[in-house]
Design a protein around this ligand. Structure first.
Ligand SMILES: [Zn+2]
Length: 251
């Protein structure tokens, strides 16, 4: 009996097949607009989170003609040693805009403060309105079990907005610095990013204030491992909320 690989299991469960079908649906990338243009929001706590957790997938979705926005909960106010909040926010906002340019995404900012994010009834409502204004069909955010408070806050705010919307949009969770930040993450879907890895790298390296060589090396190791799991060079992994609508990801 032949050994069953993880890829076999994924194909049998329809995960890889579904992704392949999505790729087929979206065939013609670069040959005109997609058959159904999606509004996509990738919500992260800090400038560099959407890019490191989802940057390859953002590039692929944008290349397929979808409208992709990076929604940053904060402007990274607490993230540059020796700079006050205002100075750091200015630097990191500029870095986020540069990264979004690389990925062909729109930067959006949800107005909370790095290091002091809040999950309160008022903040739930505030964040829900930001997402409602975008009216996305597809949303990505942090996996909720994460060692970083701000990442957990972003995840919970998105989750509550999704509930309040009537579970209207497809909800996928991404991983960042798995092991030290994201924990207990089990992917359900993979997106091959080998062809766009350079752009993901450039988007991450746009965050010059964050030692990108350090954090990107760890994300590259993650994407190579996820690539091994799904049978391609490099991949990003996601966990789909099974109660959310199914919106296929690029194959
Ligand atoms: Zn972060």
């Amino acid at each position: 009996m032949e050994p069953i690989t993880r890829r076999d299991l994924l194909v049998r469960s329809g995960i890889v097949a579904g992704a392949a079908a999505a790729g087929a649906l979206a065939a013609g990338a670069g040959e005109g607009p997609p058959r159904r243009k999606l509004k996509v929001v990738v919500a992260g706590a800090h400038p560099d989170d959407p890019e490191s957790g989802c940057g390859g997938t953002m590039a692929r979705l944008a290349d397929l003609g979808h409208d992709v926005a990076a929604l940053y909960l904060t402007r990274g106010e607490a993230g540059i040693r020796g700079k006050d909040h205002k100075e750091a926010a200015a630097v990191r906002t500029a870095e986020a805009k540069k990264a979004c340019g690389v990925l062909k995404a729109r930067p959006l900012f949800a107005g909370q403060t790095d290091g002091a994010t809040e999950v309160t009834p008022a903040r739930y409502d505030e964040f829900r309105k930001v997402l409602e204004a975008e009216a996305p069909q597809l949303v990505f955010t942090h996996w909720p079990i994460d060692a970083h408070r701000n990442h957990r806050a972003a995840s919970l705010l998105v989750y509550d907005a999704w509930l309040q919307s009537g579970r209207k949009f497809a909800l996928y969770y991404f991983e960042v610095l798995t092991g030290s930040q994201t924990q207990h993450f089990r992917p359900t879907h993979y997106v091959a990013i080998t062809a766009v890895e350079r752009r993901k790298r450039d988007a991450c390296f746009a965050h010059e204030s964050q030692n990108p060589a350090g954090f990107y090396a760890r994300h590259e190791a993650m994407s190579r491992f996820r690539g091994m799991e799904c049978g391609c060079g490099q991949a990003e992994a996601f966990a789909h909320h099974e109660q959310s609508p199914y919106e296929p990801l690029p194959g």
